[in-house]
Design a protein around this ligand. Structure first.
Ligand SMILES: [Zn+2]
Length: 475
């Protein structure tokens, strides 16, 4: 190789390596700025906006940008769908911040609801890439102006709700883009059921006996985060009193049945407890709570997505010729001698007739649970629609299995004394979205008629009446 060629080659290599180094240095960095556009809801939840969103211009939209070489400039323009420019500004940033956040500028004129504004946000960094002009990120965002809060109309409701009891509510929501509907009793949230026609919803509410107050509200949030909240017009009946009973725990129970229950649960050996009180609390509190969680889960994991028609419920009367042997809502305190050892709440009604009596289903439904539980024993749960389920416990025998669709009149099993039970009886629970409620209401045909059936009927007539009016206007 000639010396000249060698020199040429040497310089060529240096130029290539040098160019490569410069190209890969920050000087020519090619990562465009990151741009995030979001709204801040309740000051804690950040909702990132995609390419289209509903917007109440009174609510702030944040643009947060970041880049390793620093932000050089940003430009925001906004045009309406008929190409009227409502905003156009460019800002040069001199101090090269690596991160910057600014508010998305509002249009300078008031825009009517429903109008769509096309925003274009361009952000450029301080890199020397692209012939020293930097890297640019462009975000396009269509915002539909919506300043109207949703409208909520109560269509029909039960006259009152009793402490521990249930009530039905049907309402209508008017809005061009509903984000969420939540119904609350002040303590628990309830799912709503789409009812008969778009925009109408039905919900059976519960005032659980564990809650000292009822404060019913419907809250609707639309896609622009406009919120409307109304209170539910139910008279609150506090006149019902639940029993407080003291129960003396016998030694024969502690040394007999209690060990049997611990064995049935199968998680701990009876010998693993340091004393009988600990063992008693384990069954009465830990296992009872666990059973109730299983029941709650089975009663609430129900999927629905269609429009629902009114349902005519019959009184729940599962045993022929039965008598009540234990009341709903009993606050039970257990004593060993003079010592208080544990507490529990009786969340159903105990009824008894003969041994191994057939349990008859009063309303059709779908079996969602058949399981041997620690305190509740052999338990069947049937779902009847609108969040309502019925629970049958201490059974001796199951006659149905999960997934079965069962008609009213079907014998679903037989009474017994499995779990924590003294003598053959049926523990009947009525659950509203998993919350146990006063059985006596759902066992009373008069209560069902005036609080459920008539309310459904009133709502149906109102909704269909609106249909009829529309028809007359058309022709
Ligand atoms: Zn019971």
């Amino acid at each position: 190789m000639k010396f000249k060629t060698f020199i040429k080659l040497f310089f060529l290599i240096i130029v290539i390596v040098g160019a490569y180094a410069v190209y890969n240095s920050k000087f020519f960095e090619r990562n465009p700025p990151e741009v995030e556009i979001y709204m801040s809801i309740n000051k804690k939840d950040r909702v990132e906006l995609g390419s289209e969103a509903y917007w109440n211009p009174n609510k702030k939209i944040y643009v947060s940008v970041s880049d390793d070489t620093g932000i050089r400039s940003y430009k925001v323009s906004a045009v309406t769908s008929d190409n009227v420019v409502v905003f156009d500004k460019e800002e040069i940033v001199l101090d090269k911040p690596k991160e910057k956040a600014f508010l998305l500028p509002k249009p300078e004129i008031k825009l009517p609801d429903g109008i769509k504004i096309h925003y274009k946000i361009s952000v450029t960094d301080w890199s020397n890439a692209n012939f020293f002009s930097g890297n640019t990120t462009v975000k396009n965002l269509d915002l539909i102006v919506d300043t109207q809060a949703p409208i909520i109309n109560i269509v029909a409701n039960s006259y009152k709700i009793t402490y521990g009891g249930s009530a039905l509510l049907i309402f209508r929501v008017v809005d061009n883009g509903v984000r969420s509907i939540s119904v609350s009793n002040g303590e628990n949230d309830f799912k709503v059921f789409p009812f008969m026609k778009e925009g109408y919803y039905a919900v059976i509410l519960a005032w659980p006996v564990q809650n000292n107050f009822f404060n019913g509200t419907i809250t609707v949030l639309d896609k622009a985060f406009n919120q409307k909240r109304v209170s539910i017009p139910l008279i609150k009946d506090m006149s019902v009193r639940y029993r407080y009973s003291s129960i003396k725990v016998k030694d024969s129970f502690l040394n007999g049945k209690l060990n049997e229950l611990v064995d049935t649960v199968g998680e701990r050996k009876p010998e693993s407890f340091s004393n009988n009180i600990e063992k008693f609390k384990y069954i009465n509190e830990t296992i009872r709570h666990k059973d109730e969680e299983i029941i709650y889960k089975a009663a609430t994991e129900i999927n629905y997505n269609s429009l629902f028609e009114p349902v005519t419920f019959s009184a729940f009367l599962p045993l022929k010729g039965s008598v009540v042997v234990g009341n709903f809502g009993d606050h039970r305190t257990y004593f060993l001698g003079k010592q208080k050892i544990s507490k529990s709440m009786h969340l159903g009604l105990d009824i008894a007739s003969v041994r191994n009596a057939p349990i008859i289903l009063s309303n059709s439904g779908k079996v969602v649970l058949t399981e041997l539980l620690g305190v509740y024993g052999n338990t069947t749960l049937v779902y009847h629609g609108f969040g309502l389920s019925s629970l049958y416990s201490h059974m001796s025998k199951f006659e149905v299995k999960p997934g079965d669709e069962v008609a009213s009149g079907t014998v679903i099993g037989f009474t017994g004394q499995t779990g924590w039970a003294f003598g053959d009886h049926l523990h009947l629970g009525i659950l509203v979205q998993g919350h146990p409620v006063r059985d006596v209401e759902w066992m009373d045909p008069k209560w069902i008629k005036s609080n459920i059936t008539d309310v459904f009927l009133k709502a149906k007539n109102t909704i269909e009446g609106i249909n009829d009016q529309n028809k007359t206007e058309k022709y």
